[in-house]
Structure formats: structure tokens, C-alpha cells
Design a protein around this ligand. Structure first.
Ligand code: XCC
Length: 500
């Protein structure tokens, strides 16, 4: 028996599990993994800083009407950030073979994981990060592989954890010959906090090494391709791991657990890179010079504090802006990015775009991050900033989030984390879009039950659409105008505000 697969009829597996049960279990496991990554990131940062968030964190942070709606629908996780790991473990247990076979109940668990991800993952990590390192400031920056330097010692830092970012950014200032660049979400943090260029997103990470110019690649956790170990063998790049959970074959391991070990790791990484400069093979500098395109210039560092939220609310009310679209999550080599970039470029004429993660890089590479049409809000945990902006916009318009033209789009998801982010926004009452590969197949009973639960209890909506042109038309013609037109009063939802 097993593993559970959906291979058409018969409608049930030999154990008696229906298609609905298998899809609900798989989705729950996906969301639990996404929540574990974000909550783990927040918990590690909390340990690193010696800080704890209050037990009533979710209750204080969530809009009051939603908190009540989630509570009465049985979607609320147990209180207190430290309870999240118990909840994630329970979700894994419930979805293990032969435990919970009521797929309707498992669908509720899915939303519980998404809500938990939002508060004990995204918001918690962002609050801790801001508390220690401060809010980002809007500034100009550069991105793409052209940010590497043929003249200097290149160190690329890849992953998600701000501890390494801060330590190595501080240490690198003492070495004029070092060129520091970021990759993926670490790159987004580097860029918004320090103006350090962002060399690559997820699908370009191998090319950073294949440039032949990178003396050291320092990684922490999440979205780090296992192939980097092999690739570093083929080039002169020293691979350095820093998260005790995320070791890689052939890497120098410099675990970071506190500020002291972070400083030590940063110093050692720079030392290793400087020593490795002589191993750079001839020819790569010349090839780089010949093929180099100028870096894309971008505006980054937007936050819930420096974005003109009252101005956006006023434009929405007057009709000068048709809505706000958050473009989040991964870029997927199995999807064609150009169609999505075209769709968002087109939509940016009438809608403001807020963006994070690898999609922000993609939009920036195509000139959209000009500080007007699209605003860069940071890394994936910084989607909490977008959630705050959405909540504030709703308050200023005297509406619920579910009556606002607010959409979150994750057009090319790869990781479990992007699924958790999308469903968190759907639980807030937004329209949430996923492109392919979908976290749950459209047209299935499970997708229908999730959609109904979101609509009835949270006011949210799920849009599963892999074609960028169809997506653009649906959004512009029906989806967002319908949200704007919704009535204020809705079952389970009262007036906007914070606190239970
Ligand atoms: Fe990873 Fe955060 Fe996805 Fe990019 S967007 S592939 S999750 S780096 Ni976060």
C-alpha cells in the first residue's frame, strides 16, 4: 500500500481514502511545512535576539471581526507563539495514515495552518526583525547578475535569516576589496536594509556560481538548491552553511546561534573568500565583461510605515485606483515568467502593485519597481507588511478587507511557504490567486470546500488560474470590482478594528 496517489478511478484507494481525503491531507501537509518554515525562522530569530512575543500576540494583531469569525468557525490556533509547533505537529499527526479521515475537518485544519503561518510566522518574524534592525527605508538599489564584480572578491549570501545579513554586512564594510551580493529573500533584506545589491532570485541561484566569479557562497535556510554542493565542486566557490538545521555536503559549516557566533561566522566567511581569490580561474572576468548588461535600477525599502496608506485609500475611494494587487512568492522554472510580468505591467495601469520575494526580483528586472507602479516590501516574511497595509486600507475606507479590491497573487508557486502565504491572505478576506502548479487542483471537491469555507467564514476567495491573460481579464473585469461592490455587513464579520 501507499504512497497515496490520485491516478483516476477507482474513486477510493485500497485503504478507503477518497480523492478528497488524499488532496485535503496533502494540502494540509504542504501548509504545515510552510508554516513550520516561517514559524521556525521567527522562533530562531527570537532565540537569537533573546526576545519573546506576548501570548496574546494573535489576538492583539488580528482584526477584531476576523478574530471572532475564525474563533467561531474553529479556525483559530491555540494562543501564544510557542503553541505553534504543537499545532503544526498535530496537523502532521491528523494527516498521518489512518488518523483523521474526515476531509471536511482537514480543510479547516488547512486554514488554521495558514492563520498560524500569518501571525506566528510572517508577522512574528517581521516584528522581531524590525525591533532589532529597524524598519527599512525607501532607497534606490540595483539588481541582477551584473552586480557581481570582476575586480573584487565576491561573496554571495543566500537564504532567509537576517542574523547573517547583519553580521556579514557589518564585517564586509571593513574590507574595501569585498563585493557583497544577496540571493533570494536574504537578497531582498540586504537590499532594503543596506542597499546591498540583489544578484539573483531562486531560479538564477546556480548562475551566481556559474559566473565563475564568486569566492564564497554563504547560505542559511530555505530555497537553497541541493545542486549548489555539486556546482561549487565544479567552480572554485567555497560553500558555507550557517543554520544548524541546514547542512550541505562539502560545505564549511559555521553554525550561528547568537550574535557572537554570527560575528565569528561572518569574519571566517570573509577570510575564506579572500584566501580563495587566487583560485578564481582565468577567463571568467573577461567573459563577464563581454556579456555584462547594466544592473536594473530599482526603488526598494517600502514598508507599512513609509507607504502613503491614507493617500492610497483616498485614491481607492475616488476611483483613481481600481485596487491593490500583492504579487508574492516564487518564480518557477516550469512556468513562463514573461506572461505574468506582462499581465502585472498591464494591471499596474489601474492597480497599485505591492511585491515581495522572488516575484519582486522578476518585476524589478523588467523595470516595474520604479517606486510608483510597484513597491518592494521585502522578503517573504515581510508579507506581514502587506497584510498590515491591507488592514489599514480597509479601516480607512470603513470596510472589511473582504469588501475591498485587494488581491494577493502567487503566480508561480514552488515552495510550501508560498501556499501558506496565499491561504493566509485568503483567510484575511482577500482574493488569493495561485498560478500553476496549484496547491490544490481546481474543480475538485476539496478546492470547492476550501472556497466555500473561505467565502462563508472569512469573506475570502480562491482563484486558481495558470494562464496570465485569462487571469488578467478575470481580475480586471470581475474579481476585484466584485469585491469593491460587496456589502459591508456579512455573516460572522462586524466592524473593522484590532483586538478581540
Ligand atoms: Fe523561496 Fe524566499 Fe519562493 Fe523565492 S519567493 S523561491 S519561497 S526565496 Ni520567498
Amino acid at each position: 500500500m501507499g504512497p497515496c496517489r490520485l491516478a483516476g478511478p477507482p474513486a477510493k484507494g485500497v485503504c478507503g481514502a477518497s480523492h478528497e481525503l488524499i488532496t485535503a491531507k496533502n494540502l494540509l501537509r504542504t501548509l504545515a511545512a510552510g508554516a513550520a518554515a516561517h514559524c521556525g525562522q521567527a522562533a530562531r530569530l527570537g532565540e537569537y535576539l533573546g526576545k519573546k512575543l506576548p501570548a496574546a500576540y494573535l489576538a492583539r494583531k488580528a482584526p477584531a471581526y476576523l478574530y471572532r469569525a475564525w474563533r467561531s468557525a474553529g479556525l483559530l490556533p491555540a494562543p501564544g507563539p510557542s503553541s505553534c509547533f504543537r499545532e503544526i505537529s498535530e496537523a502532521m499527526h491528523a494527516s498521518a495514515m489512518g488518523v483523521n479521515s474526515d476531509w471536511g475537518d482537514l480543510v479547516k485544519w488547512c486554514l488554521k495552518m495558514a492563520i498560524l503561518d500569518g501571525y506566528y510566522g510572517l508577522h512574528a518574524a517581521t516584528a522581531l526583525e524590525d525591533g532589532k534592525f529597524g524598519k527599512p527605508e525607501a532607497r534606490e538599489g540595483a539588481l541582477n547578475l551584473a552586480c557581481l564584480s570582476a575586480r573584487k572578491v565576491n561573496i554571495a549570501v543566500h537564504g532567509h535569516e537576517p542574523a547573517m545579513v547583519e553580521a556579514i554586512a557589518g564585517e564586509a564594510r571593513r574590507h574595501a576589496g569585498v563585493n557583497l551580493v544577496g540571493v533570494c529573500c536574504t537578497g531582498a533584506t540586504f537590499l532594503s536594509a543596506h542597499g546591498i545589491p540583489l544578484a539573483a532570485h531562486f531560479t538564477l541561484q546556480e548562475e551566481v556560481i556559474a559566473s565563475g566569479l564568486v569566492e564564497a557562497l554563504v547560505v542559511d535556510s530555505q530555497c537553497i538548491l541541493p545542486s549548489l554542493s555539486d556546482l561549487c565542486e565544479c567552480y572554485h566557490t567555497r560553500l558555507i552553511t550557517t543554520n544548524p538545521l541546514a547542512r550541505m555536503p562539502g560545505a564549511v559549516h559555521l553554525p550561528i546561534t547568537d550574535a557572537r557566533s554570527a560575528r565569528r561566522a561572518a569574519k571566517r566567511a570573509i577570510e575564506l573568500a579572500l584566501r580563495n581569490r587566487s583560485a578564481r580561474k582565468p577567463g571568467y572576468e573577461a567573459a563577464f565583461g563581454e556579456n555584462r548588461q547594466p544592473p536594473a535600477r530599482v526603488v526598494i525599502g517600502s514598508s507599512e510605515e513609509n507607504v502613503d496608506v491614507p493617500g492610497i485609500a483616498a485614491k481607492l475611494r475616488r476611483g483613481g485606483l481600481k485596487g491593490v494587487i500583492a504579487v508574492v512568492g516564487c518564480v518557477n522554472p516550469r512556468s513562463e515568467a514573461a506572461g505574468w510580468v506582462d499581465a502585472f505591467t498591464e494591471l499596474s495601469r489601474d492597480y497599485l502593485i505591492l511585491t515581495t520575494g522572488c516575484m519582486a526580483f522578476e518585476l524589478g528586472s523588467h523595470g516595474l519597481l520604479d517606486g510608483k507602479r510597484a513597491l518592494h516590501l521585502g522578503s517573504c516574511v515581510n508579507n506581514a507588511r502587506i497584510a498590515d497595509i491591507f488592514g489599514r486600507l480597509a479601516e480607512l475606507c470603513g470596510r472589511r478587507i473582504s469588501s475591498m479590491p485587494l488581491l494577493v497573487s502567487c503566480p508561480m508557486p514552488i515552495t510550501e511557504k508560498s501556499a501558506a502565504i496565499g491561504f493566509y491572505f485568503a483567510a484575511l478576506g482577500c482574493a488569493a490567486h495561485f498560478g500553476g502548479p496549484f496547491p490544490v487542483a481546481p474543480g475538485t471537491a476539496t478546492a470547492g470546500a476550501l472556497g466555500a469555507l473561505l467565502k462563508n467564514e472569512c469573506g475570502g476567495e480562491l482563484l486558481l488560474e495558470a494562464d496570465p491573460r485569462v487571469f488578467r481579464e478575470k481580475v480586471a473585469k470581475t474579481l476585484l470590482p466584485a469585491f469593491w461592490g460587496r456589502e459591508r455587513a456579512r455573516r460572522g464579520c462586524g466592524r473593522a478594528g484590532t483586538g478581540p
